[in-house]
Design a protein around this ligand. Structure first.
Ligand SMILES: Nc1ncnc2c1ncn2[C@@H]1O[C@H](COP(=O)(O)OP(=O)(O)OP(=O)(O)O)[C@@H](O)[C@H]1O
Ligand SMILES: [Mg+2]
Length: 305
């Protein structure tokens, strides 16, 4: 049974995409079958895993605008709002890009992570908010309903969310078993977390009422730590205290943690992203690879509880 995990934060640039892609890479390297879903019109995780050249080839040069997004998550949402069965076009078989990560060695393309697939997004997804205004039937349950069909094919489905809490984020959360909040341990990043948790809890409650199923905070993931900065050290303490308060007020699951495995600010991560590879493929023996590996083990531990 596949486990669905969303990476969510209202705050931009905290590493949702980077952590989602690298955790996916590490899980796939450990031979788990992983699907990454892009629910952000910025399409960052799609570009990061496909590389801009393949992304452009697939989504950049089509003549008919409507055909560009046919094999993306946007079409999945459009189909859900379409009553005419003949007009539905989304097909998991063609939309999902199998063994998405590629690298070229001595002129030959290889697939270093055969177990890692992608359901991509394009910027067209930005139009969803206007289109969905008049659609009232279970508007947060759309993605969840689709994923029921493929959930068991994967060990993990990881969803990269945009830096907002609009339709796709609510859909991702509703579809998930767990969510992870990546954050930078600085004042501005931390101060938005209570608002975020409160907003997400409304959707979690809707899911509980509609499906009698839970979505749990697996944990808060500290990313981009720079130990030279005192503010970051203080930030770590603040995040731990915040989680305790959330637990006292029953705002999060009692097993939620601040992950002990912290992802530090490292040039290896940037370099790997610049080559459109997870760091475990680009630098298998780097500190960053070890940090993501330890983090994956903590995640596996949480979800086995
Ligand atoms: N641990 C890290 N070490 C070095 N650079 C990092 C690290 N984590 C993220 N970055 C860099 O920080 C920037 C923001 O990261 P990323 O795009 O993953 O954030 P995001 O939360 O997904 O942003 P958005 O809110 O726009 O979706 C990127 O340039 C990324 O390469
Ligand atoms: Mg992102």
């Amino acid at each position: 049974m596949g486990v669905i995990i969303s990476f969510i934060n209202l705050k931009g640039g905290v590493g949702k995409t980077t952590c989602c892609a690298n955790i996916a890479g590490e899980l796939a390297r450990e031979n788990r079958k992983v699907l990454v879903i892009d629910t952000d019109p910025q399409a960052n995780v799609s570009t990061l895993l496909m590389g801009p050249k393949r992304y452009q080839q697939k989504f950049g040069y089509e003549l008919d605008e409507n055909d560009i997004y046919r094999d993306t998550i946007y079409q999945l949402f459009l189909d859900a709002m379409e009553d005419n069965e003949n007009k539905k076009r989304f097909n998991f078989g063609t939309a999902i890009i199998k063994s998405v990560v590629r690298r070229t060695i001595q002129g030959k393309e290889i697939r270093p992570l055969t177990q890692l697939d992608l359901l991509p997004a394009t910027s067209h997804l930005m139009q969803l908010e206007q289109k969905i205004v008049n659609y009232v039937r279970s508007r947060f349950a759309i993605l969840s309903k689709f994923l029921e069909q493929i959930k068991d094919y994967y060990d993990f489905i990881l969803i990269d969310c945009p830096p907002n809490i609009y339709t796709t984020t609510h859909n991702s959360l509703y579809a998930s078993d767990y969510f992870i909040i990546p954050t930078i341990p600085d004042y501005l990043s931390i101060s938005g977390i209570p608002l975020l948790v409160n907003s997400l809890n409304k959707t979690i409650e809707i899911k509980r009422e509609e499906k009698n199923a839970s979505v749990k905070l697996a944990g808060i993931l500290i990313n981009l730590l720079d130990t030279r900065i005192n503010v970051h050290k203080d930030g770590l303490q603040r995040i731990r205290r915040l989680l305790e308060i959330f637990k006292q007020e029953n705002m999060v699951d009692e097993n939620s943690i601040v992950f002990r495995s912290i992802i530090t600010n490292k040039v290896d991560i940037k370099k790997a992203s610049g080559k459109y590879l997870p760091v475990c493929v680009d630098k298998p023996r780097s500190d960053s690879t070890m940090e993501f590996r330890n983090l994956c083990h903590e995640i596996l531990n949480i979800i086995s509880k």
